[in-house]
Design a protein around this ligand. Structure first.
Ligand code: MEV
Length: 313
C-alpha cells in the first residue's frame, strides 16, 4: 500500500510516469522501423480520488487546467477513453503534476496518460495486467493522434533506454545498456506543433511521394546500424548518425528553420550530434556530448530557454 494511500481515511490512488526523448527513429517507427528512446525520469505524478461529481475530472493545477470526461476537447475525450478501457463506472477526479515542458516532443502527453491510468488503477485496486494497462495508455494516445506507434507511452511507462519495433502482434522492446555514458542536452527551439498534424503530413507524403517511404526506410536502416554503437558507447558514431537522421527528417518535411538553426548552434558548439526529436514542426532538439562536458550546456543555456540535461546510460 502506498504512503499517500494510507495517509488518510479517503482512498487515494497514485501513479507516476517518465517523459522521453527519441534519440533516433521518430516517424519511421510509426511504419514498423526501429527507434531508440531514452526515458526522462520524473515525467508526471497523478493522484486519483472518488468524487461525487456527475462526471469524472482531470486537472493540472499548475496550468490552471481542468476538464470533465463528458467534455468535447481532446483531453476530455482522452480521459473518457481511459475510463472506458478500465471499465470505471463511478465518478473520480485525477490531479496531476507535470515535470516536463509541455508539447515540445518530450512525451508530456503520454506521461500524463500513463500517470493517470496508473493512479486510477491504484484507486480501483483491480490489479489489472500490464497488457490491460497498456491498452488504456494506447487508447489515451490514440485520441491525440490516430496512429501512435506506442513508443511514447512505452517510454512513459518503463523509462530507461530501449529500442522499439512496432509489430501487429505487439511491440518488440529491447533494453539497451551502453558500456559508457554520454550526456544528452535538450533545447526547446520553437513552440511545439501538433503531433497529429505532423504524423498526418508524413502519411500524406508517403501516399503521394515514393521518396518519402524511401527516407523512412533509410531512417530505419540507420537506426539498425547505429544500435551496436549505442551499446558500445561509441558516441562519435552515434552523433554522426543523429546528424544524418536529422537530414532525413528534414527531407521528410518535419523540420523547420528554428529547429535547423538550433541544430547548427549545437554542432558549432561541439555537439557530437544534434537533431530534432519527437514529431517536429517545432519543439525540441536533442544534442549529444561526452559525459562531463559542460561546454555545450553553457553555450545552449546562453542562447535558449528551457535547456534540459540527462545522462544517457
Ligand atoms: C512522437 O513522439 C513520435 C512519432 O514517431 C509518433 C509516434 O511514434 O507515435 C512522431
Amino acid at each position: 500500500m502506498s504512503e499517500e494511500r494510507s495517509a488518510g481515511a479517503e482512498p487515494v490512488g497514485v501513479g507516476r510516469s517518465c517523459g522521453k526523448v527519441l534519440l533516433m527513429g521518430e516517424h519511421a517507427v510509426v511504419y514498423g522501423h526501429p527507434a531508440i528512446a531514452v526515458g526522462l525520469d520524473d515525467g508526471a505524478h497523478a493522484k486519483a480520488r472518488w468524487s461525487s461529481g456527475r462526471s469524472s475530472e482531470l486537472a493540472v493545477a499548475s496550468w490552471g487546467l481542468a476538464v470533465e470526461a463528458d467534455g468535447e476537447d481532446l483531453l476530455s475525450q482522452a480521459l473518457a477513453s481511459i475510463l472506458e478501457r478500465l471499465a470505471v463506472r463511478r465518478s473520480l477526479s485525477v490531479e496531476l503534476e507535470v515535470h516536463l515542458p509541455v508539447g515540445v516532443g518530450l512525451g508530456s502527453s503520454a506521461a500524463i496518460g500513463v500517470a493517470a491510468v496508473r493512479a486510477i488503477d491504484d484507486l480501483t485496486r483491480e490489479r489489472r495486467s500490464e497488457a490491460e494497462l497498456g491498452a488504456a495508455y494506447q487508447a489515451w494516445e490514440a485520441v491525440f493522434h490516430g496512429n501512435p506507434s506506442g513508443i511514447d507511452h512505452t517510454a512513459a511507462a518503463r523509462g530507461g533506454t530501449f529500442v522499439y519495433r512496432r509489430r501487429p502482434e505487439g511491440a518488440l522492446i529491447e533494453a539497451i545498456a551502453p558500456e559508457r555514458g554520454a550526456r544528452l542536452v535538450m533545447v526547446v527551439a520553437a513552440p511545439g506543433a501538433s503531433t497529429k498534424t505532423m504524423v498526418d503530413g508524413v502519411r500524406q507524403r508517403v501516399q503521394t511521394e515514393p521518396q518519402a517511404a524511401k527516407d523512412l526506410a533509410s531512417i530505419g536502416a540507420l537506426v539498425e546500424e547505429t544500435l551496436p554503437f549505442v551499446a558500445a558507447g561509441d558516441w562519435a558514431r552515434v552523433g554522426e548518425a543523429m546528424n544524418t537522421n536529422h537530414a532525413l527528417l528534414r527531407a521528410l518535411g518535419v523540420s523547420c528553420p528554428a529547429l535547423d538553426a538550433a541544430v547548427d548552434v549545437a554542432r558549432s558548439a561541439g555537439a557530437l550530434g544534434a537533431k530534432l526529436t519527437g514529431s517536429g514542426g517545432g519543439g525540441c532538439v536533442v544534442c549529444l556530448t561526452h559525459q562531463g562536458d559542460e561546454h555545450l550546456e553553457r553555450v545552449l543555456n546562453a542562447r535558449f530557454e528551457g535547456v534540459l540535461c540527462r545522462t544517457l546510460n
